[in-house]
Ligand binder design. Structure first.
Ligand SMILES: C[S@@+](CC[C@H](N)C(=O)[O-])C[C@H]1O[C@@H](n2cnc3c(N)ncnc32)[C@H](O)[C@@H]1O
Length: 287
């Protein structure tokens, strides 16, 4: 299974070659919130396993690591990365929207940079994740909250919107590109903080949150296009004619470098890290 990587091969790279530009910046703040008593760790949407690899190096009490991801390719990379570590690890390719494999229960569950891909079934996924939390188990997740600009979009959607205008699309055509039920702007796929809190609440109690701003910066158009391809696959470019994709990528690269020159970053992305605790043991089921 893949995220539908219908993208130009020119920029196809491994996810972990470009995640240091953005997603991997969340690893340390997330690991700092993992209880030092944790013995087992589950990472849902584990990508190529960098978070678990760093956890294995940093949290010496860990005995078992488990990763789940939609992509067979990323699961295979993660499995290879962790194979040499002195802690037991296992990886499963599975779609969290459908359910979780029977991996047991954990002291700590992590989910970084994944929630926007789980729209609109986040609450169901949280329920499934809740079944893998031990009593007093902790669930830590990171969510993105792009600022909405004049285009009515934010984050990468806004960069894509500008690239479509560079291609000569009208504003109405560019708006229509995002106005499809099967292709929501990523900013709309990310629920508000209030909605996330409500979706978590049947299973998890919020323990603490850390908010920070994570600007995404690149040193060349090529670097941005590699990041974009590995992160978004064909989510945007797959909606374009094959003949238009190369020009679209050129326009995206140009827009990214214009933003670097004018603003010092390509996107500005407020990130929230939530640490939550299994709430099940506090509830009494009344029938
Ligand atoms: C932006 S990457 C984040 C990877 C890793 N957690 C990190 O922080 O670097 C999003 C990951 O979520 C995975 N993903 C997306 N939809 C998924 C789904 N429905 N079920 C399982 N994994 C999914 C993707 O394959 C991808 O590896």
């Amino acid at each position: 299974m893949t995220l539908g990587l219908a993208t130009t091969d020119r920029y196809r790279v491994r996810y972990d070659e470009v995640s240091p530009l953005r997603q991997a910046l969340d690893i340390e703040p997330v690991l700092a919130m993992v209880p030092s008593s944790a013995r087992d760790l589950l990472d849902v949407g584990c990508g190529t396993g960098d978070l678990l690899e760093r956890a294995a190096a940093r949290l010496r009490g860990l005995k078992r690591l488990v990763g789940i991801d939609l992509s067979d390719e990323r699961v295979a990379i993660a499995r290879t990365k962790l194979a040499a570590k002195p802690v037991r690890s296992e990886f499963h390719a599975a779609d969290l929207r459908v359910g979780t494999p029977p991996v047991g229960t954990f002291d700590c569950i992590l989910m970084t940079s994944v929630l926007h891909w789980l729209h609109p079934v986040e609450a169901e996924v949280f329920r499934a994740i809740g079944r893998h939390a031990k009593p007093k188990g902790v669930f830590i997740l990171s969510t993105y909250h792009p600022l909405i600009t004049d285009s009515g979009l934010g984050g990468t959607d806004d960069v894509v919107h500008a690239a479509l205008l560079h291609l000569g699309w009208s504003r109405d055509e560019a708006a229509a590109f995002f106005d499809r039920p099967d292709a929501l702007p990523i900013s709309k796929r990310t629920r508000s903080k209030r909605e996330i809190k409500d979706a978590l609440s049947p299973n998890f109690e919020i323990d603490c949150v850390v908010d920070r701003n994570a600007a995404m910066c690149v040193n060349s158009a090529d670097q941005y296009l590699k990041y974009h391809s590995a992160t978004f696959g064909g989510y945007y470019s797959g909606r374009l004619d094959v003949d238009t994709r190369e020009a679209f990528f050129d326009a995206l690269g140009e827009e990214a470098m214009t933003r670097m020159a004018e603003r010092g970053h390509v996107t500005e992305m407020p990130v929230r890290i939530w640490r939550t605790v299994n709430a099940q043991d506090k509830r009494i089921d009344v029938v």
